[in-house]
Design a protein around this ligand. Structure first.
Ligand SMILES: [Zn+2]
Length: 302
């Protein structure tokens, strides 16, 4: 039996929109309670979620609303000829809806999920190995795609909106849309990212500053990228490749040459890289401010 990890299940609860499906178990032959074939498979799982009461991300744990249904494994050992309650009498396939509660481990606030679990094979064919698919069919409070605090703080309103649209496209596998929106974000933000880098304190910063001043007059982005290519803060250099140039290169060429699937990959990679770059710049910026403040403080109390 191949089962999804707790990590994947957590991501499913936290980040996936309504009607999203995942193959939770493959090649299931022996029924056990962890295999999403009865309500107990959904119990006691941890996930991170935005707490509606505390307005911050907390650890949640799943619990069941009612546990009136017996465990499937117990029924099967007592009478294996009879169709279990979680299988549909007509299709003879697994089809249960489970009301799962997500409970905030900090304040006990609750999120309701309605999850559906189905099998590809009939009960009689279970020995051939079943695939179990789980799907989100209800969530309250409703699912809302949002940006993480780092992006929210850094991006202007227009790009927050572009970014959100990209994530919505990604959530329903509209790769071309997601890629196009993220390219727009890069196009709008790359100047500001470089401007922020120029203001950091690192070996070669003066070259970036000068190049940025020149750019403000000649608007030649490729020249600016050439300079950035040679001079970067250590935290952005560690990657082995230049992340700023890589982001910039996403803007050349058309979208038409890529399939939807290729665009999904590209969009997911841009999402990761943009988050990384913005986080690093923020860290350096604020660390620098903190150190400057600390130095000032020491000087004043001398
Ligand atoms: Zn809470």
């Amino acid at each position: 039996m191949n089962k999804i990890s707790n990590q994947v299940f957590a991501d499913f609860l936290t980040n996936k929109p309504l009607y999203y499906k995942i193959k939770a178990v493959e090649n299931l032959k022996e029924f056990d309670n962890t295999a999403f074939v009865d309500a107990f498979g959904f119990k006691d799982k941890s996930f991170k979620f935005f707490c509606p009461e505390e307005h911050e991300v907390q650890t949640f744990k799943t619990d069941l609303v009612e546990s009136a249904h017996p465990r499937l494994s117990q029924i099967i050992t007592s009478n294996s000829d009879e169709l279990p309650y979680s299988f549909d009498a007509k299709t003879r396939k697994l089809d249960i809806k489970v009301h799962v509660l997500g409970v905030c481990q900090s304040c006990k606030a609750k999120i309701d999920f309605l999850l559906r679990s189905t099998s590809d094979k009939e009960w009689e064919k279970r020995k051939e190995g079943m695939t179990i698919t789980i799907q989100k069919i209800g969530q309250f409070p409703s699912y809302e795609i949002g940006l993480n605090p780092t992006l929210k703080k850094y991006l202007n309103n227009e790009d927050q909106s572009n970014y959100k649209k990209a994530l919505i496209c990604l959530s329903i596998s509209y790769g071309i849309g997601a890629y196009a929106y993220l390219r727009r974000v890069i196009e709008n933000e790359i100047k500001r990212i470089i401007q922020d880098i120029a203001e950091l304190d690192f070996d070669g910063a003066e070259f970036v500053r000068r190049a940025y001043e020149n750019f403000k007059m000649d608007f030649q982005m490729s020249k600016l990228i050439d300079v950035i290519n040679q001079h970067l803060p250590v935290s952005l250099k560690e990657l082995g490749d230049n992340p700023i140039r890589l982001l910039y290169e996403q803007l050349s060429g058309g979208i038409h040459e890529f399939t939807d699937e290729q665009c999904i990959d590209k969009a997911e990679n841009i999402d990761i890289l943009l988050n990384y770059v913005i986080r690093k710049i923020n860290e350096e910026k604020y660390q620098l401010n903190d150190v400057k403040k600390a130095m000032q403080g020491l000087r004043q109390t001398k």
